[in-house]
Design a protein around this ligand. Structure first.
Ligand code: PEP
Ligand code: MG
Length: 580
């Protein structure tokens, strides 16, 4: 058994067979075959072996011609390994006795052997592990397809283990079969992590060297509460986790009982609990939890899950589905927030050195006016069907906000001319997620109908910490006093100006942070659907007075960990059931 620690990003526990997606994108979706097909499987292995032998020989000749025979000799080591009788016997045994597919037999045999070399103190021998990896990849190249088909090609419950998953890959996970995932890379605020919460999949990111420890088919446990991956658990661990799963489901039942109770603090303040969604298919989860509306619809996922650029009609149909399902409850549609870790098409932006500081979000929309107008038309058309609001992301300067609003006005004129119905008084808001916007908040508040504080980015830009980089994950702290001051400034200014404000970053769904946000005067939270009832439970267990007192104490502290610990202690005292 092995326990690997990562970052907990989406709560829950999943137990099941691993599906390893190699760094190079290989996947072993077929693990076994019908017993009668042994000869066929061995023939596949033979064909792949012959093809790799030819490939190695070609490489040897090329290198020998360029650098001389002595360099070409490097490849004879590969040849020897490829034709090694022991390795071949091991693979054959797996295929014959366990009906393991040729690719999995290659993977397991060569990985096992590479691990033996890797652990050798002699560095020369340890480096032979690289040759074995190389050989494995060559063979898999001939035995497996690469690409994204694996995301759609599952037929059994699976836990996906990958070096990294992009948000669009995560968006395409087959939710019928994927029970959870773990990645070697990634940070708490990355969009992959956010999607996991939206999909309600237990997930751990930034877990380091996972792929060298696990092979497809291994039994694994993902503990999304503790941020742990357990590989090949012992019987004791397994039964402990099975019990935990039972306890968890009774906790969820208790939470479900809160659905129709008001989100009201003990001293009578009503809190509005809206949902963040990425896809219309999350609507049922929102309705199940009694969401007061959609506080953030991340429309860029329409692009990330599509093969081609969505048309105005496709935008409109998606928005219509959301608006109609919410039955006159507000729906905040955010314009595209593509770029940085949410790339859709290959563009020069991919070559940016600092994509999070680059052509992202509203900047991209303002540069691609046709794409922007298409979306604005669809949002406006949807506004004729219910209380739709429009939200511009990543606004850093007044000029950007004004430009975006100008495009909106022009689009309204076009629709008027064409006689298309829409709400002429649609509420227009901006995300507050760049410290510059906080510094200028009094000016912004004169030009918007509402603000939504995006703490995921605000933390990243305030602390200069890439939200999806595991190397700096420890520095990414929602409770950093600098972040708290930025939130406080925004909320106070909004209150003074009489402009409604909400917080839609992940922070607003963390139970101990809810205390803080209530104390700072927040009464509208927008959280992943799966977190609505948890936030409601915290709200119902405290008074605003208690929360204000907590804020006063917290704001005198100087470090995030001190604040974090203090808030957790207070939560334990006030709402012990909410402690994870
Ligand atoms: C945020 O930055 O807090 C936010 C809600 O937007 P996103 O996570 O989509 O960047
Ligand atoms: Mg953001």
């Amino acid at each position: 058994m092995q326990v690997l620690q990562g970052i907990a990003v989406s709560p829950g526990i999943a137990i099941g067979e691993a599906l390893v997606i190699e760094k190079e994108g290989y996947v072993f979706s077929r693990r076994s075959f019908e017993h009668e097909a042994v000869d066929e499987e061995l023939a596949r292995l033979d064909r792949a072996t012959d093809a790799v032998a030819a490939e190695i020989e070609r490489d040897r000749q090329v290198i020998a011609a360029q650098l001389g025979d002595q360099y070409g000799a490097i490849f004879s080591a590969h040849h020897q390994m490829l034709r090694d009788a022991h390795l071949r016997a091991e693979m054959e045994e797996l295929i014959r006795r366990q009906n393991m597919t040729a690719e999995l037999a290659v993977h397991q045999t060569l990985r096992r052997c590479a691990r033996v070399f890797q652990d050798m103190p002699n560095s020369f021998l340890a480096e032979r592990a690289l040759d074995l990896h190389d050989l494995e990849q060559r063979l898999l190249n001939h035995l497996l397809d690469r690409g994204h088909e694996w995301l759609l090609d599952l037929d059994a419950p699976t836990i996906v283990l990958a070096h990294d998953l992009t948000p669009s890959e995560t968006a395409r996970l087959d939710r019928r079969w994927v029970r959870g995932f773990v990645t070697e890379e990634g940070g708490e605020g990355g969009h992959t992590a956010i999607l996991a919460r939206g999909l309600e999949l237990p997930a751990v990111v930034g877990a380091g060297q996972v792929l060298t420890e696990v092979v497809s088919g291994d039994l694994v446990i993902v503990d999304g509460d503790q941020g742990v991956l357990i590989v090949r658990p012992t019987k004791e661990y397994l039964s402990r986790y099975r019990q935990q799963l039972k306890r968890r489901s009774s906790r969820l039942e208790a939470l479900a009982a809160l659905r129709d109770l008001p989100a009201q603090t003990l001293d009578g303040t009503t809190v509005r609990l809206l949902a963040n969604i990425e896809f219309p298919h999350e609507l049922s989860a929102c309705l199940e939890r009694g969401a007061d509306g959609i506080g953030l619809y991340r429309t860029e996922f329409l692009y990330l899950s599509a093969e081609s650029e969505p048309t105005e009609e496709e935008h409109f149909q998606a928005y219509r589905e959301v608006v109609e399902a919410m039955e006159q409850r507000p729906v905040v549609i955010r314009t595209l927030d593509l770029g940085a870790d949410k790339m859709w098409y290959r563009s020069s932006a991919e070559d940016e050195h600092n994509p999070f500081l680059g052509l992202r979000s509203i900047r991209l929309s303002l540069r691609n006016v046709d794409v922007f107008r298409t979306q604005l038309r669809a949002i406006l058309r949807a506004s004729a069907l219910g209380p739709v609001k429009i939200l511009f992301p990543l606004i850093a300067t007044l000029r950007e906000l004004r430009q975006a609003k100008l495009f909106l006005r022009e689009t309204m004129e076009d629709l008027d001319e064409a006689g298309i119905a829409f709400n002429h008084h649609i509420a227009v808001g901006m995300m507050v997620e760049v410290p510059a916007a906080v510094m200028m908040i009094d000016y912004f508040l004169k030009e918007v109908d509402f603000i939504s504080i995006g703490t995921n980015d605000l933390i990243q830009y305030a602390l200069a910490v890439d939200r999806s980089n595991k190397e700096v994950a420890e520095l990414y702290q929602a409770c950093d006093p600098a972040v708290l001051r930025l939130i406080q400034t925004s909320l106070c200014a909004a209150q003074a100006a009489g402009v409604p404000a909400s917080v839609c970053g992940q922070m607003s769904s963390i139970p101990h942070c809810v205390l803080l946000l209530l104390g700072l005067g927040l009464t509208e939270f927008s959280v992943p659907p799966g977190a609505i009832l948890e936030v409601k439970r915290v709200c119902r267990g405290v008074t605003i007075e208690q929360c204000r007192h907590i804020v006063q104490t917290a704001l005198q502290m100087q470090g995030p960990l001190e604040i974090d610990t203090y808030l957790k202690e207070e939560l334990k005292k006030l709402v012990p059931q909410a402690v994870r």
